[in-house]
Design a protein around this ligand. Structure first.
Ligand code: CU
Length: 177
């Protein structure tokens, strides 16, 4: 066997070692993801949940009127979690805020359909006005977040402007207390 041949063999062995390392590193990553977010439990992708469209939405921080409510500020936004479903809906599709609050929306796409999340003045959200805060291209089981301060009386809204989704009714409203 020539030295050249030995060199090739060595390279192949190193490559397969790297491949194994890569495969190994994916397993704890995937586990860590589902533990951290709490989204990938059996109930989330379970038959009845998917067929019925009853997506399991993880708890948000308490809202106005709920026990433990703390108004969100720019320094410490309140977190609202929303599921974007393959039925082209947001769950929940009504979010109640206190006037002036800063909210971080964490939007997770359930299922294979990629979604966007835009939030702001209702007229801008309806018109898909450039510059309106949004997070785009949220793929399956990915979470995108956008933080928004609700200054003024509104009305405010949120929506998905992936092609055809807004027209199909993928919108939500902000209720101000
Ligand atoms: Cu969408």
């Amino acid at each position: 066997m020539s030295n050249r041949r030995l060199g090739w063999l060595g390279g192949a062995l190193v490559a397969s070692g790297i491949a194994l390392l890569v495969i190994g590193s994916f397993i704890p990553t995937a586990t860590g993801y589902s533990t951290r977010t709490g989204w990938a439990g059996p109930g989330t992708m379970g038959g009845s949940g998917m067929m019925g469209g009853a997506w399991k939405v993880p708890a948000s921080a308490p809202g106005p009127g709920e026990s433990g409510f703390v108004a969100g500020t720019p320094a410490a936004p309140r977190v609202v979690r929303i599921a974007a479903t393959p039925q082209l809906r947001f769950q929940p599709d009504v979010v109640t805020i206190q006037a002036g609050e800063t909210i971080t929306f964490e939007v997770t796409t359930m299922g294979p359909t990629v979604h966007e999340f835009m939030v702001g003045p209702a007229a801008d959200v309806a018109a898909d006005t450039a510059g309106t805060p949004e997070v785009a291209d949220i793929g399956m089981m990915q979470t995108g977040s956008v933080t928004y301060t609700f200054t003024g009386a509104g009305p405010f809204a949120f929506a998905c402007h992936a092609p055809g989704h807004y027209e199909a009714g993928m919108t939500g409203t902000i209720t101000i207390t």
